[in-house]
Design a protein around this ligand. Sequence first.
Ligand SMILES: Cc1ncc(COP(=O)(O)O)c(C=O)c1O
Length: 305
Amino acid sequence: MPIQTTPKIWMNGELVDWDRAQVHVLTHTLHYGTGVFEGIRAYATPDGPAVFRLTDHIKRLFDSAHIMGMEIAYTVDELIAATKATVVSTGLDACYIRPLVYYGYGEMGLNTLPCTTDVAIACWPWAPFLGADSVNKGVRMKISSWTRHDHNTMPPASKTVGNYVNSSLAKVEALRAGYDEAIMLAPNGLVAECTGENIFAVRKGIIITPPISAGALEGITQNSVMTIARDLGMDVRVDNLARSDLYIAEEMFVCGTAAEISSVNSVDDRAIPFPGPITKAIAEVYIDAANGRVDRYKDWNELAS
Ligand SMILES: Cc1ncc(COP(=O)(O)O)c(C=O)c1O
């Protein structure tokens, strides 16, 4: 599905026409994958378009850059304001938002120290990644033959552009084999995450999600899910999961900004009961919260204007 265009993209301090948001072919990040990015969503709330946990996403963008040793020439507050202005410029009630920090045109070679950083923020309408109503339909998962990065190879805690070569290899492999999504194992064989989502599996009534040390990104949806689950009185823990924990899970779901929450109906063709009651209860509150319908989580709805 081609990207649906919107009127403007924010580039280095100004909103430029969509078609003019261009870079030179010798842009550094295009060659070496050295940039960092975020994936955020704005939802239509009763008070107007609101960006879900925008401050947390922009802070994670700065953390990603910090891990990479990249300097961003703007403050957190400036990029929050820029994101809101970009959303407003689209005239959309709800959209996906992609901030990208990249080393621009001017220097070449692997030494990034002399490079200047550029920032772009684009928004466009984008349906949930793993299909509409994936809570009820469930998705088919395959353990990837590709291993998640070791912490000393490519830091998985940073949303670095080049990290996603690994995710893309796994995603395409899974799709070609007839599955919906891939599960990545860490170099030590423990479950890390999916190509763009965190994993939750229920074992003996306890909801378990793998830690950052297993190679998972510190997901903002994962954090929202844990908050909602605890507020619903559920037992949720950050802990390691083995591949076999997934095969015999009472229920399993994956979550991320782009995918929202999807039930898993099988892993490597081992059926998993779906949609599970825990998954359904959490997903219902999450969607209500994102759309500004839950007073308790109003802080998560950062109004665009
Ligand atoms: C590799 C990876 N894991 C997990 C996630 C989920 O993170 P979040 O819920 O913050 O979108 C993402 C999406 O950003 C991701 O790219």
